[in-house]
Ligand binder design. Structure first.
Ligand code: ADP
Ligand code: MG
Length: 140
């Protein structure tokens, strides 16, 4: 399987509960390597740009306000099939529907406050990684 990189974000509901290490352990235990990581506060403009594909959705404003409500940890995960593998580790968008042992089942509070973001395709992963990281920030 090809080695890929994907963009992950540990969301404000999780940083607020000091869960960064527990979530990172799930990535690492599954074989994904954290090859870049930074704790930041998104601005409203950044959140709106990052989630612009959802601009027409009813939850867009709430989502952007949630994403700026506290620090986030942006990170690049690397490994075989990393995009799809990370989506599996994350679990379904709604924690109520997520499989046992996934990040969202273990830690998600609601369909909005679901602890993590993960790129949904290799193409989007490239765009999302470039949104936050320069090449020299990523050390494999
Ligand atoms: P995913 O993060 O699983 O790829 P989406 O891309 O569909 O899910 O949605 C982006 C984010 O928007 C979700 O992770 C969640 O935080 C929020 N969201 C999605 N659907 C809803 C909803 N129906 N109500 C509130 N927030 C939502
Ligand atoms: Mg998505």
């Amino acid at each position: 399987m090809p080695v890929e990189q994907t963009l992950s974000i540990i969301k404000p509901d999780a940083t607020r509960r000091n869960l960064t290490g527990k979530i990172n352990a799930l990535f690492e235990d599954a074989g994904l390597k954290i090859v870049a990581q930074r704790r930041i506060r998104l601005t409203k403009e950044m959140a709106e740009k990052f989630y612009e594909v959802h601009a027409e959705r009813s939850f867009f404003d709430d989502l952007c306000n949630f994403m700026i409500s506290g620090p986030v940890v942006v990170q690049v995960l690397e490994g075989e099939n990393a995009v799809a593998q990370n989506r599996q580790i994350m679990g379904a968008t709604n924690p109520a529907n997520a499989d046992a042992g996934t990040v969202r089942k273990l830690f998600g509070e609601s369909i909005e406050c679901n602890s993590v973001h993960g790129s949904d395709s290799l193409e989007n992963a490239k765009t999302e990684i470039e949104f936050f990281f320069a090449k020299m920030d990523i050390v494999g």
